[in-house]
Write a protein that binds this ligand. Sequence first.
Ligand code: S3P
Length: 194
Amino acid sequence: MGNFSGTLAFSLQPSAFSLQPVRSIQNLALVGFMGAGKSSAGRLAAELLQFEFVDTDELIEAQCGMSIEEIFKQQGEPAFRQLEQDVVRKLSQRQKTVIATGGGLIADPANLASLKTHALVVCLWATPETIWERVRTQTHRPLLQTADPLGKIRELFARRDPLYRQADVLINTGQRSPKEVAQQVLLQFQLAQK
Ligand code: S3P
């Protein structure tokens, strides 16, 4: 499980008690709920690291030639989740890349497992109330186009939080600016290289 203190919660070397393979950390993946700041912190972290930046939602939109909203409307959520799986599989070929992921991507544990084979997985975390404050004026997220978006955030959050906590590192973004979050992310990535 990840933790909030910034201490890395995984081992890069196999120990006498574990048969886990040595992980090869080539990339940095940011996971977490909608509105956690993955794209903004990810872009800043990529600049600082001089890595390429990709966003799984943008990759899917480019591949389909339509917006996430349109994909949900025309093809439905299961089709979108399949597209996410396909994108995640392709990401394993990358190096020196910061990957911002859609908020529901790691709801499929296989996606998280795949990211962990090549990336340090950092979860940007915030409470449902903080998330609501950040996203309440935005209209592009299909899952929040409901009569009770805060209720939906709470429901999804309760289901997903245990999965977000499987990330290597958890960073609480509540009181931090995107720049401070990016600096924390960078620090954790540098620690993982040692
Ligand atoms: C989703 C989050 C969105 C996008 C899609 C579904 C989710 O990405 O992938 O609307 O299931 O939480 P962001 O986390 O970048 O908003």
